[in-house]
Design a protein around this ligand. Structure first.
Ligand code: AMP
Ligand code: MG
Length: 518
C-alpha cells in the first residue's frame, strides 16, 4: 500500500509522446502534440464525500490522509506526477467537431500496479485546461455524484467501465444554466478522481488523422497495441487490433443492453479505445422498456442515442475510427471488410446475452425467433425491464392461464394492459414456458442463470436525483445507502429499492430528463 502523496508515479504517456510543455492553460488549438502539460487549479475548502475502499485496495492505494486529500482536490500534486490534459477530437451528434480534448479532466499520472502495468489517475472538474474552450473546467456536485456512483454501479454489475476512486466537494460555487433557459444559478462544485488503464478515446486517433500527423498516429496505434493488446505482434497487427477494439466495443454495448443502460452521449470522443464505458453524463437506466428512450434533452429531436440504437451508433463510431486509421493501410480493403463484420460479431454476443437473461441453454434459430418475439413483446407492453425479468426468473412452471400470468407479471407494468396486449403477453409467455420445459438444464439451474444475468438493483435516475437533492441539503443518508446497494446488484438485500419508478419522477427534470450541463 502506498499513499497518493508519496508514491513514485509512472508517466509513460507523457514520456512517449510530444506534448505542449508550456503549462499555459489558455484555451487554444494545439497542433503537433498529443497532450498539454497543465496543473489542477486549487479549490477553497475540500471535503471528502466518498472514497472507494475496494478499488483503493485493489490498486494498493492507502486510505487518504490530509496530503492525499489535497491531491484528490487538485490543491497539491505529488512531485513525481506529470499532470496533463489530452488532445482529442470527435464526431458529436453525427458531425465532425474538430479539436475537443480534456476540457475539465487532468490526468495526474499513472499509478503503478503489478507486471509493469499502470492505471491513469484523472481528476474531473479540476479547472481550466487548453481544451476548456469557452467553459470553466469545473464540475457540479450533481454530475460528479452521478459519475461517481454510476461508474461504480456498472463495475459491480460486471459491465466494462472506468472507475471512480473519490468524490470531493470543493467548497467553491460553479455557475450553470442547468436547463439551458437563460437562468444560470450557483451550484456546489465537486471533483471526481477516476481511474482506468487508459482514458484514450476514438477521438485521440481521429485528431491525429484529421491533422494528417500520420507519424504520430502510427506511434499512438503502436503504443496502444503494445500496452493493451500485447498479444498482437504479426504483420497485420493494426488490422487485428481494430478487430479487437470492435469486439470490445460490441461487448460493452451488449452489456449495456443487458442491464438497460442508455449512455446518452455516444460521441466518438466518449468511446474508449479499450471498450470501457466512459464519461458518465446524461445517462439513464431504463425503467419502462422503451427502445426509443433517451434521457439526454440535447438528443431529443433525433433520438440518435436512444437505448435501442446504441449498437448502430457503436458501428457508426467504429467506422469513424476505421476512417481515421485508414491512412496507415496501403490497402484499405481488409479494414473495410473488418468494419463490415460488426453486425455478425454484435448479434452473436447479443443473442447469447439474451439467452442468459431468459435462462435458455442454447442459441439456435429456434431461440433467436423466441428472443425476437420476446423483444417485440417487451417493446409493445413496455414493462419495467428490471422487475419483469426478476419475476420471469421465478415464474411458476404450472402457471399457464392468461389471467394468472397477467396477475403474476402485473407488478412490472406501468399501465393496465389492453386485451390485445394481454393476449400477446399470454401467447409469448406460453411459448417461453414450452421452450424452458425443453431445456437440458433444470428449472432451478435456468433460474440461477437468469438471476446471474438480470440485476435486481439498478441505480435508477430518480434515486440518484433524490440522493443529490439530499446531499445538496447536507444529508448523505440515501447516497450512502445507494453506494452500498450498488455493490451487490444481483442480490435481494436491497429490496426497499425494488419498485416501479414513482409517478412524481415521470417528468421530473434532472431525473426523467438531463442536459449536458454539468
Ligand atoms: P462531454 O459532452 O462532457 O463529453 O464534453 C465534450 C467536450 O466538452 C470535452 O472536450 C469536455 O472536456 C468539454 N467540457 C465539458 N464540460 C466542460 C467544462 N465544464 N469545462 C471545460 N470543458 C468542458
Ligand atoms: Mg466527454
Amino acid at each position: 500500500m502506498q499513499h497518493l502523496s508519496t508514491q513514485t508515479f509512472v508517466n509513460d504517456f507523457t514520456a512517449a509522446f510530444d506534448g505542449d510543455q508550456s503549462g499555459d492553460p489558455q484555451p487554444r488549438q494545439t497542433p503537433g502534440v498529443l497532450y498539454s502539460k497543465v496543473l489542477p487549479s486549487p479549490v477553497r475548502e475540500p471535503k471528502l464525500l466518498a472514497w472507494t475502499a475496494d478499488l483503493a485496495a485493489e490498486l494498493g492505494i492507502s486510505d487518504p490522509d490530509q496530503n492525499d486529500l489535497n491531491i484528490l482536490a487538485g490543491n497539491a500534486v505529488n512531485p513525481t506526477m506529470k499532470p496533463y490534459a489530452a488532445c482529442y477530437a470527435g464526431h458529436q451528434f453525427g458531425n465532425w467537431a474538430g479539436q475537443l480534448g480534456d476540457g475539465r479532466a487532468i490526468t495526474l499520472g499513472e499509478w503503478p500496479v503489478a507486471d509493469g502495468k499502470s492505471w491513469e489517475l484523472q481528476l474531473k472538474g479540476a479547472g481550466l485546461t487548453p481544451y476548456s474552450r469557452r467553459a470553466d473546467g469545473r464540475a457540479v456536485l450533481r454530475s460528479s455524484v452521478r459519475e461517481y456512483l454510476m461508474s461504480e454501479a456498472m463495475y459491480h454489475l460486471g459491465v466494462p467501465t472506468t472507475r471512480a476512486l473519490s468524490l470531493v466537494a470543493t467548497g467553491d460555487a460553479v455557475r450553470r444554466d442547468m436547463f439551458y433557459d437563460g437562468r444560470p444559478a450557483d451550484e456546489p462544485g465537486a471533483i471526481v478522481m477516476r481511474t482506468a488503464p487508459s482514458f484514450l478515446r476514438f477521438g485521440n486517433f481521429e485528431m491525429l488523422s484529421a491533422r494528417k500527423e500520420y507519424d504520430h498516429l502510427q506511434q499512438l496505434v503502436d503504443w496502444t497495441i503494445e500496452r493493451f493488446y500485447p498479444e498482437l505482434t504479426g504483420a497485420d497487427k493494426t488490422l487485428q487490433w481494430f478487430k479487437k477494439v470492435m469486439e470490445n466495443t460490441a461487448t460493452m454495448v451488449v452489456e449495456w443492453l443487458r442491464v438497460g443502460f442508455v449512455h446518452g452521449v455516444m460521441n466518438t470522443d466518449n468511446m474508449s479505445i479499450l471498450g470501457l464505458t466512459i464519461d458518465y453524463g446524461p445517462y439513464s437506466f431504463l425503467d419502462a422498456y422503451d427502445l426509443n428512450f433517451s434521457p439526454n434533452t440535447t438528443d431529443h429531436p433525433g433520438l440518435r442515442y436512444a437505448y435501442g440504437k446504441q449498437h448502430s451508433v457503436a458501428y457508426w463510431n467504429l467506422t469513424c475510427l476505421a476512417n481515421a486509421i485508414s491512412p496507415l493501410f496501403e490497402d484499405p480493403k481488409p479494414l473495410i471488410s473488418t468494419v463490415e463484420s460488426f453486425g455478425p460479431i454484435f448479434y452473436e454476443k447479443f443473442y447469447a446475452m439474451k439467452a442468459g437473461k431468459l435462462g435458455l441453454d442454447q442459441v439456435t434459430e429456434e431461440e433467436v425467433q423466441l428472443i425476437d418475439n420476446m423483444e417485440n413483446l417487451l417493446a409493445a407492453i413496455q414493462p419495467d425491464m428490471t422487475i419483469f425479468y426478476q419475476l420471469l426468473a421465478d415464474l411458476p412452471e404450472d402457471l399457464n392461464d392468461s389471467t394468472g400470468i397477467y396477475n403474476y407479471l402485473q407488478p412490472s407494468f406501468y399501465h393496465v394492459l389492453t386485451t390485445a396486449e394481454q393476449d400477446l403477453l399470454y401467447k409469448n409467455i406460453l411459448a417461453y414456458q414450452h421452450r424452458i420445459a425443453r431445456n437440458k438444464i433444470s428449472g432451478t439451474e435456468s433460474s440461477a442463470v437468469m438471476k446471474a444475468n438480470n440485476p435486481r438493483f439498478i441505480l435508477r435516475n430518480f434515486l440518484l436525483y433524490e440522493a443529490i437533492q439530499e446531499l445538496e441539503k447536507g444529508s448523505d443518508l440515501l447516497f450512502k445507502k445507494l453506494q452500498k446497494a450498488l455493490q451487490t446488484p444481483y442480490s435481494r438485500e436491497h429490496d426497499e429499492f425494488f419498485a416501479l419508478r414513482p409517478q412524481w419522477a415521470n417528468e421530473q427534470p434532472g431525473s426523467a430528463t438531463l442536459s449536458c450541463s454539468s
